[in-house]
Ligand binder design. Sequence first.
Ligand code: IPE
Ligand code: IPE
Ligand code: MG
Length: 240
Amino acid sequence: MPEENVSVPKHVAIIMDGNGRWAKKRHLPRVMGHHEGVRAVERTVRAARDAGIAHLSLYAFSTENWKRSPSEVGGLMGLFRYYVSSKIDALKAEGARIRFAGNLAALPEDIRQLLRKAEGETASCTAIDMVVCLNYGGRQEILEAINAFLEDRSRNTLSDSERPYLTEELLRRYFYLSDLPDPDLIIRTSGELRMSNFWLWQGAYSELYFCDTFWPDFGEEELEKALRSYAERERRYGGA
Ligand code: IPE
Ligand code: IPE
Ligand code: MG
């Protein structure tokens, strides 16, 4: 790993948006945009690793994306199957560890098995930590964390100092990936200017970067632009 440099974000999070519009512009079905989006994922993981980014989280499917047509949801599930089953060796070769964040329990069992396998097989890779947010929603994550805490409390499994109130530190322990640092930089492609339920808690002090590029066209150059913008920011966290 390169030496620590505060102008390089430790954790970059990306809302990969615009696959549908990329396809529409080419008179292709939306799912073709998602297919092309996989290539952008591959390019971006490589570029992020080479830029010295330790954690890269990618918003792939939100808790609200089930509202889409059955054919699009089915196409996306098929793509997740394909990606996690066929790309493990490539990820390993690049030194990428893959992990998943989200309400995975609601995904089809065969996909869950593939996710576990991919996590297991890449667990010892250290060049970059790639987090794929699948059936992820910030509100859902916070609710699940609170409910898990309440359950532990009712079972009396918490120490005296942890009872009875939640603190920020305690709540974090119940998040999907409790060791993942907060995103320093959140990028959203395709010109939309909103969070769409991504990293609601963790993104409280993230720097935001928006670009008009549709996700399938994103790559090293676009990432570099975002990183240059980040390097010029002054982060104050409410201080003077
Ligand atoms: C992002 O692209 C991918 C997912 C949300 C799964 P979209 O599918 O949202 O593309 P647009 O926003 O319709 O162009
Ligand atoms: C956010 O994009 C979710 C992902 C990129 C996975 P959407 O396209 O679903 O968000 P909205 O509907 O435009 O807010
Ligand atoms: Mg979209």
